[in-house]
Ligand binder design. Structure first.
Ligand code: NI
Length: 237
């Protein structure tokens, strides 16, 4: 499942994150690459131990935790602490690769299985050319370039690349999620069900008027039960 989560960061948070990371010293992006991805990776990355990276990471982590769309789409069990990269000038692209299956966080030695890969866009799309995230899936290639503050999540199993940035600079935050529900197909089913139940509940509310206490239909209650029973069956927590 490829999912867009719009406006994860507020404009103020976006400004704060950009200011923090742009003033910090950057390194070659190959610091976290494996052998295969290292051969095709040509970008800059913010060393994760820098105080600026820690502060920016904290802003992003708080924003993610409060976002219901992110939580329902990812059902996160463990999130690898967000990292930051930039593409531009001579360091402007990342060829086809699949992200490593397991990431080990250096500071905590904690393992995160990368069920879901995420990119949170930090540059406005009109400020750079190229820099599309291209994700291959069963329907063909999806080319993604979202507004600053928006996030895309896609299966960690996907082959993907970032096309060369030919003008301006593409700044982004990226990270991985180990989900409570390992299977992409099961996560998708739960997500679709959750969205449908939310819409049904809204219809009940609209019909009954917002000030009544017990407006949920019996069907909504039962479907919500089915959602939770499926989650109970599939979740590994
Ligand atoms: Ni990648």
């Amino acid at each position: 499942m490829l999912l867009r989560v719009a406006q994860v960061l507020t404009p103020e948070e976006l400004t704060q994150v950009r200011q923090l990371v742009l003033t910090a010293p950057w390194s070659d992006g190959r610091i976290t690459a494996g052998v295969q991805s290292g051969a095709v990776k040509n970008n800059l990355q913010l060393p994760e131990e820098l105080p600026e990276a820690q502060q920016a990471r904290h802003i992003v982590s708080v924003a993610l935790a409060r976002n219901p769309m992110f939580v329902t789409g990812a059902l996160p069990k463990s999130v690898y602490p967000p990292l930051f990269n930039r593409y531009g000038g001579q360091s402007n692209a990342f060829g086809n690769h699949i992200d490593n299956a397991v990431r080990t966080h250096a500071a905590t030695a904690r393992h995160v299985r990368t069920d879901i890969s995420c990119t949170l866009f930090l540059s406005e799309p009109q400020t750079y050319d190229g820099g599309e995230l291209v994700v291959q899936d069963t329907y063909g290639e999806q080319s993604i370039k979202f507004a600053a503050g928006d996030l895309v999540m896609y299966p960690g199993t996907s082959v993907h690349r970032v096309t060369p940035v030919t003008r301006g600079e593409r700044l982004a935050c990226f990270f991985w999620i180990e989900s409570m529900v390992r299977s992409d197909a099961q996560r998708r089913l739960l997500y679709d069900m959750d969205m449908a139940i939310t819409a049904l509940r809204q219809k009940d509310l609209d019909r009954a008027g917002r000030d009544q206490a017990h407006v949920e239909s019996d069907e909504v209650v039962r479907l919500t039960g089915c959602y939770h029973n499926l989650l109970r069956m599939w979740a590994d927590v």
